[in-house]
Each structure stands twice: as structure tokens, then as C-alpha cells.
Design a binder for this molecule. Structure first.
Ligand SMILES: Nc1nc2c(c(=O)[nH]1)N[C@H]1C(S)=C(S)[C@@H](COP(=O)(O)O)O[C@H]1N2
Ligand SMILES: [Mo]
Length: 509
């Protein structure tokens, strides 16, 4: 006995999805092999660009750094629904189904054309091949459905193509498509930067870490963040792939003589190695969009000196290969702090995600006004004469990091008795001088600070707490070296960084 296919029921959408997944998998694999832009990621990037600000902010605050996987999943879900519709249409009218796939393809071609960072043309070629495969699969898979539709319900399926065989075929097609997608991921994941780089020794290595700067307490954030654990924030799903052989950094604008430096020119300059804690302006109170690393690079003031800065300038507008523009006060780049064009993080060349081959790191300023990754251009200018990417989207043009702290310990449930409260505090380029803790709105009590590493890095702190049974509210506040405590006023992340005391509610049993 064979079960009959019922046309127009879930079979139609199933064929659409199977054919679409096959087409997309083929396109992704070819794009990966040809070093072209991924059609799926290009679509995701266009969606990011076109997402209204309120929605983007809601997404970032709701999902934090998971906003990208969530966005990709949403794009995938909408695509699957539309593919299902294409399949349902194709059961009756194959041309209509094919037309719908072509329409989806056209939207993706538009997205690929907008890709500035990679090779959109190769992505388009891959997509066209994937589309041809997908449309062929759609027409072939829906054929038995059409034939069944044309046969009286009581009759046997004309060629014995029963429901099980149909489902096996659809599953196989989907699996091949998925395998293509996985293959694409493997191919791009294995790919190393086109040119290997070696980081020469720094003329000015980082000072050894002072004894006592690293408190080793289970559950407390380590003083140095590994590259793997380092938060990542940028506007791109497609991180630009910059080949060091073609790398050029232009320094121009209000300068005596514009300069263009290759990667080799840069690494031939004196290298400085410094520990600097960088932080995102979108970091909520208590959030983890902050990390401390050892950065190696050229001092920005040395590079600017080569170009000769016009005294009328008060800003540097930097550009990343992803198209972002960032405005930094000239003063922060020249006032003697260690503002770097970094080429290494924790002793290794920068990773793709963190800005390979060259990024900026400026102590004391939030990332969106200073930490340009995939840096390609420095324009010496005036704040009055330009607007940076985020300033155009409601964020402040100036972004000094606000004094803040975070409570890492204890967890939500603890046993009564002597417990450790611990965390990190930061006030980059001013330095942390004191941290205080209070329990249940009691008096502020001093915490013990780890030895200061530098004023540009965060500082761990601990506090002994005699925990009694019940629910308790722990709060902390940090002071910078000027003696000013962080404010109790609660401010949102927009326009220039969140404030307020970090709070932890703990149940003691
Ligand atoms: N090219 C480029 N650079 C960028 C960004 C970006 O979107 N594109 N984001 C900035 C922001 S908002 C922050 S907080 C830091 C984050 O650096 P990380 O991802 O290495 O932690 O990079 C900055 N540099
Ligand atoms: Mo940021």
C-alpha cells in the first residue's frame, strides 16, 4: 500500500524549502571556494543597514552580543517561509514558484552589490548558479505533486512515486544543501590571512605585571582577557578581509604632507606594547562589553608627526574597511597617552574579528569614538566639519569612558557565613583609587583593591561579607583618582554610556 501525495498540503512548502536550501547551500559553497562574499551574510548585512535605529537598539539590548546570531536566524526564518510559499505556488504553477525564487535572488543580488568589504561579484556568480540549481530542483520535486493533482484521487499514483519516496527525495535534497552550507563554513574557517605576519619586538615592552595586580579568585574576571573571550562589537556580519600585501594607510587632511604607509612601513616604526582596557559605549551597568588586553603597535602621535598636523585641527576621522567612520579628539591621540595603531593583541597578530591587520586603541575613550578596526584612513580634520557613523545615529560625538564597576561574585545563591564579593572597576586614563560596597542600603564600606597595573587598565577588587540568611542586595561604586565617585544616577547607554551602581540580589540559605 502506498500513501497518496496530497497536493497543496505541506508537500508544496516542503519542496520549496528543500529546493531553496539546496540552492543556497550550493551558492554558499561556491562563494566560499571562490573567495566571494557569502550571499546569506550579505543579505544579513543589508538588513542591519536598513534596520531602523529603535529596532537595532532594542535588538542589541535584548540580545547583547548575540544580536548577530539572532539576526541571522530571523533572516533565515523569513527566507524559509518565503521558500515555502514558492513551493506551494510551484505545485500548480511552476513558473510562479520559479519567479518567486528569482525575486528572492534579485533581493540578494542587490545586497551583494552593496558589499564594500569583500568580493560581491563572485558572490553574485555563486548565487546565480545556486538559483539555477534551486529552480531546477523545485520544478523536478513538484512534478509528481502536479501529476498526482491531475490524477483522480482514487487512482494509484501514476508512477508509484509515493509520499515516502517524495519525502526521502525532499530530505535528501535538503541534506545536500545543508552539507554545502557546512562545507562553506569549513572552507572559510580554515582560510588564513593571505599573508602571514610576524610581529617584531617592541622597543618599549609592556611593564611586567606588578605583584598583586592579579587576584586569583574563582569566578572573578581575570585581569587579562584572552582573545577568545574578548567581546566583539562591530557593524558588520562580513568582517573585511584585508591582505597585508595590499594594505595602505592614508594620513591626510589638515596636514603639511599627506603620507601613505604600507604594513611594512608601519611595523618598521618603533613598536610599543601596552595593556589597555577597552569598553563599548553600549555596555550596560554590570555588562560584559569590556576587556583588557596587551596591545602592540605604533604610536598614533608618531604617525601624525610624520604628516605634520595643522594647528587648526581638533579631530581625526578614521575609516575602517567595513565603511565605518569614527571621530576621535586629536588631543587624545597626541597628549602623551599611549594611543596606538595596534597590530597585535596579547602578542599575536590581530584576529579577523578584532581588526586585522591594523586597528586603533586609545586609552580612556569608548570604542565607538576610538577603536577603529580594519583601519584604512586617518583624516586630520575638525569636529565641525564631519559627522561620524554613530554620531549620525544619535550617539554623542565625544565619548570619554565613565567610571564604573561590576560585581562578579558571589553567585545568586550562597550559603550563610563569610563570603567573597568581588569584581572589576574601571576609570580608564584617570585610574581607579577606591571601590566601596554596601549591603541592603547600609553604609558604604571599603573594598580591597588589587595593585594598580596602570591607569589605563581596570582593577580587580574584593570584599569580605558576613552573609546572613535571607535575600540581600549588594551594590558597589568606584572612585577615580581625581576623587570623584561614579554617579548613582541611572543613565541608559545612549547617547554616551550607561551609569548607575551595579546591583546584585543574592539569596543566602
Ligand atoms: N571598523 C570598525 N571598527 C570598530 C567598530 C566597527 O563597527 N567597525 N566598532 C567599534 C566599537 S563600537 C567597539 S566597542 C570596538 C570593539 O572592539 P572589539 O570588537 O575588538 O572588542 O570596536 C570599534 N571599532
Ligand atoms: Mo562600542
Amino acid at each position: 500500500m502506498t500513501s497518496r501525495i496530497v497536493p497543496g498540503r505541506p508537500n508544496g512548502p516542503v519542496t520549496g524549502i528543500a529546493a531553496g536550501v539546496l540552492g543556497l547551500g550550493v551558492a554558499e559553497l561556491i562563494a566560499a571556494l571562490a573567495r566571494g562574499t557569502s550571499p546569506l551574510l550579505a543579505l544579513g548585512d543589508r538588513v542591519i543597514d536598513l534596520t531602523p535605529r529603535w529596532l537595532k537598539e532594542a535588538a542589541v539590548s535584548a540580545f547583547g552580543t548575540a544580536d548577530k546570531p539572532v539576526l541571522l536566524a530571523s533572516v533565515a526564518l523569513v527566507t524559509l517561509v518565503l521558500l515555502g510559499v514558492a513551493g506551494a505556488l510551484a505545485v500548480r504553477r511552476p513558473a510562479l514558484g520559479a519567479a518567486m525564487l528569482l525575486l528572492l535572488g534579485a533581493v540578494d543580488v542587490a545586497a551583494l552589490l552593496a558589499d564594500r568589504a569583500g568580493n560581491g561579484t563572485r558572490g553574485i556568480v555563486a548565487l546565480v548558479i545556486g538559483l539555477a540549481v534551486g529552480i531546477t530542483a523545485l520544478v523536478l520535486l513538484t512534478r509528481p505533486l502536479r501529476e498526482a493533482d491531475a490524477t483522480p484521487a482514487e487512482a494509484e499514483a501514476p508512477d508509484g512515486f509515493d509520499r515516502r519516496r517524495f519525502l526521502v527525495a525532499a530530505a535528501a535534497v535538503t541534506a545536500v544543501g545543508a552539507a554545502g552550507g557546512v562545507g562553506a563554513k569549513v572552507v572559510t574557517g580554515r582560510r588564513h590571512p593571505a599573508t602571514k605576519v610576524a610581529i617584531p619586538a617592541a622597543v618599549s615592552p609592556a611593564a611586567p605585571l606588578p605583584a598583586g595586580a592579579e587576584l586569583r579568585i574563582d569566578g572573578l574576571t581575570p585581569h587579562l582577557t584572552s582573545v577568545e573571550d574578548f567581546y566583539r562589537i562591530d557593524i558588520a556580519l562580513l568582517t573585511p578581509r584585508v591582505d597585508v600585501a595590499d594594505y595602505r594607510l592614508k594620513i591626510h587632511g589638515l596636514v603639511d604632507n599627506p603620507v601613505e604607509l604600507t604594513y611594512a612601513d608601519l611595523v618598521a616604526m618603533p613598536l610599543y606594547e601596552r595593556r589597555v582596557t577597552i569598553c563599548c559605549v553600549s555596555n550596560e551597568v554590570g555588562g560584559d562589553l569590556i576587556g583588557n588586553a596587551t596591545w602592540t603597535g605604533v604610536r598614533i602621535r608618531d604617525v601624525l608627526k610624520r604628516a605634520g598636523v595643522d594647528p587648526r585641527a581638533d579631530a581625526v576621522k578614521s575609516t575602517g574597511a567595513d565603511g565605518i567612520t569614527i571621530g576621535t579628539p586629536l588631543e587624545a591621540l597626541t597628549d602623551g597617552r599611549d594611543a596606538l595603531l595596534a597590530i597585535a593583541q596579547n602578542g599575536e597578530p590581530l584576529t579577523q574579528d578584532h581588526g586585522f591587520p591594523v586597528r586603533m586603541v586609545v586609552p580612556g575613550l569608548y570604542g565607538y569614538v576610538s577603536a577603529t578596526k580594519w583601519l584604512t584612513d586617518l583624516e586630520v580634520t575638525r569636529f565641525d566639519d564631519f559627522r561620524a557613523y554613530w554620531t549620525d545615529r544619535g550617539w554623542s560625538a565625544q565619548g570619554p569612558i565613565k567610571t564604573e564597576c561590576r560585581i562578579d561574585l558571589p553567585g545568586d545563591d550562597v550559603m550563610a557565613g563569610e563570603r567573597t564579593v568581588a569584581g572589576v572597576a574601571w576609570a580608564q586614563h584617570r585610574g581607579v583609587s577606591k571601590v566601596e560596597v554596601r549591603i541592603d542600603d547600609g553604609p558604604w564600606q571599603p573594598a580591597t583593591l588589587a595593585t594598580e597595573d596602570s591607569i589605563d587598565t581596570w582593577r580587580q577588587w574584593t570584599f569580605r561579607w558576613d552573609a546572613t540568611e535571607g535575600e540581600h542586595r549588594i551594590q558597589a561604586r568606584a572612585y577615580d583618582r581625581t576623587g570623584v565617585p561614579q554617579t548613582a544616577d541611572e543613565a541608559p547607554v545612549v547617547p554616551d554610556g550607561a551609569t548607575g551602581y551595579p546591583t546584585r540580589v543574592v539569596t543566602v540559605g
